[in-house]
Design a protein around this ligand. Structure first.
Ligand code: KG4
Ligand code: ZN
Length: 347
């Protein structure tokens, strides 16, 4: 297909508890989002303080056709105009991944159009470029509920892991602290807004693995420090609300600092001037502000996706899909049949 021709891409993302379907177009090299429908299941999982995999896949089944219809309607296109289908094939929850991926495969068979299986993390890595010009090479920091990973990215297909959390992801840290204190789910957003009412300098947490000669990180120690502090202050339910806000603000501050230190170290080690920060936690207001302020001082460039494209969405999967291998259901035969969910797929 010629670069100048319009290529409509129908994308699916269902790796965890959001079912999302998007329509993108690429024309003369310019990629645009025509629709990006996200069916959140927060209202289902909040009662359990975290994602219940079985409920996530059952609710994905209910969302799968309405999300497709809504995405096509909003984009103003029919299924017949679709030239490419993209879908997350890993990592994530097996049952959840299968719903979006199998819907995508069925549509490919029906239309005789190719499928681009996409790694969810690649979706996050390139998500800022849905709204701005691409910049290569860059250091990528992915901060989400399951990942806290640093990559060196030289092109769409040249992505090298430089460091990662050795235990909890930083989104998980927010989620666990919130659940310990009896605040709701999903916690990152809640902690972020309550932290805005607190003083980030109220408590000083030791930055985990700050001086380790590695780009690896650790967040479970920070979680233990927060829990010990809460116990010292009298325990859950005994602390004043303002003190809880101070704890959230101080925690947010510590996370922003350690993430920045690791990213800046990666940039210095590899002689890279641009950092791209993405994943659900990149919506955090203080993390954005801290990176922006520090970047100004150091003269480096820091890029974030818009907050609504930070958390899981199908538009980012469609974007990555344009640059992946496309597998034709009719011509490739066995290769297409073998496309499957890969819950543990590491980049
Ligand atoms: O990327 P994402 O939507 O899903 C995964 O791939 O995991 O990220 C979800 C994570 C959750 O841990 C959620 O608490 C966190 O992103 N999150 C935030 C904010 N919004 C979502 N964390 C901190 N501040 C936020 N504003
Ligand atoms: Zn994600």
């Amino acid at each position: 297909m010629k670069e100048t021709e319009r290529l409509i891409n129908l994308a699916f993302e269902s790796s965890c508890d959001d079912f999302s379907c998007a329509v993108l177009s690429r024309e003369n090299g310019k990629i645009r989002i025509l629709s990006n429908i996200i069916y959140s299941q927060d209202f289902v999982h909040c009662a359990y303080g975290g994602v219940v995999p079985e409920l996530a896949s059952r609710n994905h089944i209910k969302a799968s056709l309405p999300a497709l219809e809504a995405a096509l309607r909003k984009a103003g296109v029919g299924l017949g105009t679709v030239g490419l289908v993209s879908a997350t094939s890993g990592p994530g929850l097996a049952g959840s991944l299968l719903i979006g991926l199998m819907e995508a495969k069925a549509i490919c068979y029906a239309l005789g159009k190719p499928l681009a299986p996409v790694n969810h993390i690649e979706g996050h890595i390139f998500s800022p470029f849905l709204e701005r010009k691409e910049v290569f090479p860059f250091i990528s920091l992915i901060i989400s509920g399951g990942h806290t990973h640093i990559y060196l990215v030289k092109s769409h297909s040249d992505i090298k892991l430089l460091g990662r959390t050795r235990d909890d992801a930083c989104g998980e840290l927010f989620d666990k602290v919130s659940s310990y204190l009896g605040y709701g789910y999903p916690a990152g957003k809640i902690i972020d807004s309550l932290a805005g009412k607190g003083d980030g300098g109220a408590f000083k947490f030791t930055l985990p693995m700050e001086h380790a000669g590695t780009l690896d990180m650790s967040f479970s120690g920070l979680k233990t420090s927060v829990i010990s502090l809460i116990e010292k202050l009298g325990g859950v339910g005994k602390i004043k609300e303002n003190t809880v806000f101070d704890i959230f603000a101080s925690l947010r501050e510590a996370v922003a600092k350690i993430l920045y230190k690791k990213v800046f170290k990666a940039m210095s080690l590899h002689g890279i001037n641009t950092a791209v920060i993405a994943g659900g936690v990149s919506a955090n207001e203080r993390i954005r502000e801290y990176f922006a302020q520090s970047a100004k001082v150091k003269g480096i460039e820091v890029v974030f996706p818009p907050p609504d494209l930070s958390t899981d969405n199908a538009a980012m999967i469609g974007y990555a899909g344009y640059f992946k291998k496309w597998i034709d259901p009719l011509e490739s035969g066995q290769e297409f049949l073998n496309i499957n969910a890969h819950p543990g797929w590491e980049l």
